[in-house]
Write a new protein. Structure first.
Length: 235
């Protein structure tokens, strides 16, 4: 039975619990391993900024690929926060370090004090937030002044290029069919396309961050204007 895609927190948590055994493998397959390179380049940018990185929040952390990369920032502690308990179990095994503290929590209701984190990172998670603006306000709250907020995400692209239309076909027709079969899910990879198609453009996202107390420091078009890296600092 087809389940209607939703950004309801319970739906998102259940969906990622369900696909957790195959999540990493399919991510790397569908991106042809480029997702690893995008994370590495973003973290290398932060390394060059000579900023404090003692306390890091990896939000929508999932299986921990971004947290693993951010261990290069030599934090005292990384907090890996996600809705999905099954994804966090994989995260804990992947990052075998006492500095990685896993926590099941909601992005719009974080159990941390104001001005606590030096860096917050989210890789391929902001488009799943039911209340995006509320979550960004919460991220702004827990970040220190001048703290960095790193986003790597798939954004809606309104261009009409043949390349972009070809990718849309791949992403709408091929990825859902193959992804649902390999993950044993009836709906998860249909949700994937819809979550991007209904999301903000990267320019809209940057404008929203600016309206929520952030200064945009760096943007990078990783792939066809769809996958972008955005790094902002709390004003």
């Amino acid at each position: 039975m087809m389940i209607e895609p939703s950004k309801d927190k319970q739906f998102i948590g259940r969906m990622f619990d369900e696909i957790s055994p195959t999540y990493d493998r399919l991510n790397h397959l569908f991106s042809v391993m480029q997702d690893k390179r995008w994370r590495k380049k973003a973290v290398n940018y932060l390394l060059r900024q000579n900023i404090n990185t003692d306390h890091i929040l990896d939000l929508a952390s999932g299986s921990g690929d971004l947290a693993l990369e951010m261990m290069k920032l030599n934090p005292k502690r990384i907090y890996s926060v996600d809705l999905s308990y099954e994804m966090l179990k994989i995260n804990k095994k992947k990052i075998n370090s006492a500095r990685n503290f896993i926590l099941q929590a909601e992005a719009e209701l974080l159990p941390f004090r104001d001005d606590f984190f030096d860096v917050t990172g989210i890789a391929f998670g902001v488009r799943n937030f039911e209340n995006l603006e509320g979550c960004v306000e919460e991220i702004q709250r827990v970040l220190k002044k001048n703290g960095r907020f790193l986003t790597i995400e798939m954004f809606r692209d309104n261009s009409e290029s043949i390349t972009r239309k070809s990718f849309d076909y791949y992403f709408k027709k091929i990825v859902p069919k193959v992804g649902n079969i390999l993950s044993n899910s009836d709906y998860a990879y249909d949700y994937l396309f819809n979550s991007v198609d209904s999301f903000l453009t990267v320019n809209e996202y940057c404008s929203m961050l600016a309206n929520k107390g952030f200064k945009i420091n760096y943007t990078k078009n990783n792939f066809l204007g769809i996958v972008n890296t955005v790094i902002a600092s709390k004003v």
